[in-house]
Design a protein around this ligand. Structure first.
Ligand code: GLA
Length: 391
């Protein structure tokens, strides 16, 4: 991939690149829709990455090309354009991600340099594996290296979150960017999304992760992430009005919710219950890994997480449900849950290493019997976080 992205850079810009960056996608073992509620999550970086080759330009412009979507784009950097008017565009264009990164950096007073950039991605777009966070992380690292910016990991993750929230108007959290930056081979990241305290936890031995793709793609801009985030904000407002002294839904105790749930509209009570129970699942999952537990506990928690995402948070689909439920019944599978934001995309499946092949075959069969087509299933390795090389 490194050679490929450099070759594409040379062909397109007629000069050699000076820097290559790799930023991985992620799976999230536990902690669905918890990051923007200030809670705990358990993601891991995967061995599918977005690659970027870059060189500085003398003028204050970004010229970027994606060999994945075969589309180029340009932006001024002195200053970068303000956030686009979201209401007026049917879908985001990929150049808005690096432009948003430039905007967030310059809002924080960082002096940018011009850049030519070529991007090639191995992360399927819209599958719930964080292709957009990888894009943001890659450009953050590229500017850090080329312009010599004093940026550290947690700050870059927050900058990526701001690109989503304030530039692209997607009200997601910090998990994806953090995982892409901080991943470690064979480790999950136990992350407190309130203060970004984190711990690397070694995955149980002899487990493997599969991602089974429904092939259904969702549209993030103005989509259900924003709806759910707004519902959580409303649930929080009402709970505070009812006397709960909490900063975010992550602070809610299950006993408090027991007492107050019937004073909330049903949908808001469900969202709050999901957050409370999912936070507890993430912490129990992390504890079980710390104590050297195998895949069984993690898998059971993943199954419960999927059920909660389906019934309480209501971000599943029949295709995701079928994959998650069929997987859980196959021999050698510990558990499965929808990846990313849900409503399309992939299911992440935790299996015993020997069972990766048979579980893939079983899932393909179950899915095609019901929906008529075969899902794509990949085994993904748990890999290292983003890195940059001067060349
Ligand atoms: C998307 C968002 C994340 C997170 C997940 C759901 O991936 O970008 O911030 O909210 O959905 O867990």
């Amino acid at each position: 991939m490194k050679t490929l992205v450099c070759d594409r850079f040379r062909d397109h810009f007629k000069r050699p690149p000076e820097l290559v960056v790799r930023a991985p996608g992620r799976v999230n073992l536990l902690g669905g829709h918890i990051d923007y509620n200030d809670g705990w999550v358990l993601p891991a970086a995967i061995d599918r990455s977005l690659w970027l080759a870059a060189a500085p330009r003398r003028d204050a412009r970004l010229h970027a090309y994606s060999a994945t979507v075969e589309e180029g784009g340009e932006a001024a950097l002195d200053p970068p354009p303000p956030p686009p008017k979201i209401a007026h565009r049917p879908r985001e264009r990929w150049i808005e991600y690096p432009t948003g990164v430039a905007w967030a950096l310059s809002q924080d007073g960082h002096a940018l340099c011009g850049m030519d950039a070529m991007v090639v991605s191995e992360i399927p777009v819209g599958a719930g594996l964080s292709s957009s966070a990888a894009l943001e992380v890659a450009f953050l690292l590229a500017w850090r290296e080329l312009a010599g910016l004093p940026l550290e990991g947690a700050e870059m993750a927050r900058l990526g979150e701001r690109v989503e929230n304030d530039y692209l108007d997607v009200h997601s959290g910090v998990m994806d960017q953090f995982a892409s930056l901080h991943g470690r081979r064979e480790h999950a990241i136990f992350l407190d999304c309130r203060n970004l305290d984190w711990e690397l936890l070694p995955l149980p031995p002899r487990v493997a992760v599969l991602v089974a793709d429904t092939g259904i793609r969702r549209q993030l801009v103005g989509g259900h992430v924003n709806d759910r985030q707004a519902e959580c904000t409303e649930a929080l407002r009402r709970l505070r009005e009812l006397g709960c002294e909490i900063r975010a839904l992550r602070d809610l105790q299950s006993e408090q919710l027991e007492c107050l749930a019937d004073k909330l509209p049903d949908s808001l009570a469900r969202r709050a219950r999901h957050v409370v129970e999912e936070c507890s699942r993430v912490c129990r999952g992390a504890q079980s890994i710390r104590e050297g537990g195998g895949g069984e506990v993690l898998g059971a928690l993943m199954r419960a997480s999927h059920a909660s995402s389906r019934d309480l948070y209501q971000v599943s689909t029949p295709e995701l449900d079928l994959l998650a439920e069929a997987a859980s019944e196959l021999e050698g599978c510990f558990g499965a849950r929808l990846a990313g934001a849900g409503l399309g995309g992939c299911v992440s499946v935790l299996v015993e290493e020997w069972a990766a092949g048979p579980v893939s075959t079983g899932l393909k069969k179950a899915f095609s019997e019901r929906f008529g087509n075969e899902p794509e299933i990949h085994r993904v390795g748990i890999g290292d976080g983003a890195e940059a090389w001067n060349i």
